[in-house]
Ligand binder design. Sequence first.
Ligand code: SF4
Length: 424
Amino acid sequence: MRPVRRNRSRTSGGAEKVTQWLLDASRKLMFLSGLAVLVLAGYLVYGFVGGGLGQWESLTHEARVRIIGNIQGAISYLNISLAVLLLTSSILYWAEEGLGYALVLLAAGFYYGVPLGVELGAPGLVTNWLTGRNTAALAVYNEARIAGLVLAIPGIILVIIDLVNRVRYGSSRKKTQRSAMQFGAEVEEEEPIRPPLIGALAKCYQLPFCREFVRSHCPVFHLQKRCWRVRVGCMCEEQVIRTAMVGMAHEAARARSMVPDDNEPVDMAKRYNLDDPLGAAKPESPFKPLVATPPPKVVGAEVKIPQNNAFSPAQKRERCRNCIIYNEHQRLKYQLVSPLVVLAVPALAVSQFSAMKSAMEVALRSADTVMSRLSLEQTARGIDIGQLASSNEIANIVLLGSLILMVLTWALHFTEHCIFQWKI
Ligand code: SF4
């Protein structure tokens, strides 16, 4: 067996080294690709500011051909660098919750924001490029929208990973949450009795924190209640613990009465009457007489939930919020509700997809109107973001999908907040 173990540790050490090497390589690549993106984007902007893109009409045919070649080359390298940057940063920071959302927002910003910014900053510029056949400037302009779509893809993937993690780990038991509990943080888990089909509907004695020694004397159990409903439980209410302790003491006393006391030497002369070796008289029993008082009744109509008037209902509610049992109930509730939310939001979105698409177009056209009113030009002119939105069906679907994912995330955040913070 030893050589196998040695091999395993060697294998795991080798895998760690490979992983570390990959991470280091990703970090370097991310840095280099980030630098390349900045330089190439700067080069494209320079094409407008100091290059020939702004004076397209005055350029010779040869100069135009050369500039178009340069711009296309720069755009190709920019897309490659951007893809490497996104891939490496996604590998390195995939667990960062905010990265996916940031990429989706950035994607929407590039896709809609750049054309909007150009129209606001230099109205009619794009139309001039179209009429003047300034293909180089138009290629750069379109690159902003392509970059938006490139950003949206890893953004959507990371948002989906975050959603899956939320559902998976949101309903798992976290040790940190447990240690924060005021009641029952140290309690060991036990195999629950009769676990229910739906965990969220479990009664407190069907949860793993119900201890057998307390349960057998617990009025909440004998009346088949949930401790958080009656605001009396084994973790918080002294009377329940005391009843359990008394019951245990009686059981221990009864058990002791059935076995010889090891500390007390048995008088063999008394036990086996040496004056009566044939056993005419009965030997003294080695067992002690049963002296324990009967155990408290816990079954039947006499079982009562103890009422503690020292605490107000609000204080009792607060005890539940800080109890391991109630929080386990909440965790199971989240386990049930979160997949329903994950299914309900996309189902609703799919059923209302065309309505949502039209609403988006109406919103963008309203933005057109507002922008044209705010325009500082002599004649108010529509910027036509609405036309921009409806011009590319696939891009609209991708961005609408991102929007749905973000709404889904907020819905899950809200569900988490209701269940784990407000403890509804
Ligand atoms: S109050 Fe505690 S001991 Fe009693 S049934 Fe509920 S979990 Fe079990």
